[in-house]
Design a protein around this ligand. Structure first.
Ligand code: NAD
Length: 275
């Protein structure tokens, strides 16, 4: 190094407290994670991503067989994992989930609250039952998970919570019939902002990811197909997202590389919300 550059190289202020290389800071070795709705679609991709980055992963789903199938896939990659049947809208189930993870691996470092449903009905026809069902999973369930995992994280002074919101929290793709869904996802963003700022000084970072339209079983219903075809024309990227398009985001938000980020909403939608 030429002498005149030595001062630059020694600049501690520039490097801050963390001198580890960026790809090392994205690693999750030794971390314990869970993913709700991990049995298929986006949650399945999240479980693989967190596991590939080094974390042990509890795959949590309403349907045990789906969670077990993902655990099989992870095992083939040498990833330590655990399948749990949980309905996130039920407080006892959520507590059982956290207790089971702590019993197996001692703690929880990364909480991926991803389970969500979309019942799709015209606003004037949305029944109270549909409204409640949507909110019970998408918002109440997510709150219960944040609270149960958050208590452990606050106790240990470290945690990363990643909630799955949606582009529908920001815009209303037209013509779309999902009032309860849109409002519940807007709630996820506000919940994330609130917890993200309330808990940050105790070491717990809370962020959310807002995917655009992702090719998963959620959008493959017959009724949605005409809408999906229409939306395709609104995506500047020219295609639907694949679950794998979201994997780097969840690893980033779960890792120390994102330590200065909290309360925010990472939007991944091929530019659709800007159109
Ligand atoms: P999906 O329907 O393919 O998978 C959801 C999984 O969650 C299923 O395995 C299901 O069994 C499970 N689940 C449902 N209710 C549950 C409950 N009460 N408790 C535990 N698990 C439950 O959905 P996806 O497309 O992978 O979506 C995952 C998340 O991403 C959801 O929150 C969804 O709203 C959000 N999202 C999806 C899209 C999209 O286009 N697919 C876009 C934006 C946001």
């Amino acid at each position: 190094i030429p002498y005149r550059h030595k001062e630059v190289v020694r600049d501690d202020v520039f490097w801050g407290h963390n001198r580890r290389r960026i790809l090392d800071r994205l690693r999750l070795d030794g971390k314990v994670a869970y993913v709700t709705g991990g049995g298929q679609g986006i949650g399945r991709a999240f479980a693989h991503a967190l596991g590939e980055a080094g974390a042990k992963v509890a795959v949590v789903d309403l349907v045990l067989a789906k969670a077990e199938a993902v655990v099989c896939e992870l095992s083939l990659k040498g990833i330590k994992s655990l399948a749990l049947a949980v309905d996130v809208s039920k407080p006892k189930d959520v507590q059982r989930m956290v207790d089971a993870i702590v019993a197996r691996w001692g703690t929880v470092h990364i909480a991926c609250n991803n389970a969500g449903i979309n019942l799709n009905s015209a606003s004037e026809e949305t029944s109270l039952e549909e409204w409640d069902k949507t909110f019970n999973v998408n918002l109440r369930g997510l709150f219960l998970c944040c609270q149960a995992a958050g208590r452990i994280m606050l106790n240990q002074g470290y945690g990363k919570i990643i909630n799955t919101a949606s582009m529908a929290s920001l815009i209303v793709p037209h013509p779309q019939k999902q009032l309860a869904y849109n409002v519940s996802k807007a709630g996820v963003v506000k919940l994330t902002q609130t917890l993200g700022t309330e808990w940050v000084d105790r070491g717990v970072k809370v962020n959310c990811i807002s995917p655009g339209i992702v090719d998963t079983p959620l959008i493959r219903s017959k009724e949605l197909q005409p809408l999906v075809q229409r939306w395709m024309g609104d995506i500047p990227a020219g295609r639907l997202a694949q679950p794998t398009d979201l994997q780097a985001a969840v690893v980033y938000l779960a890792s120390e590389a994102s330590d200065y980020m909290t309360g925010h909403n990472l939007v991944i939608e091929g530019g659709q919300s800007l159109w």
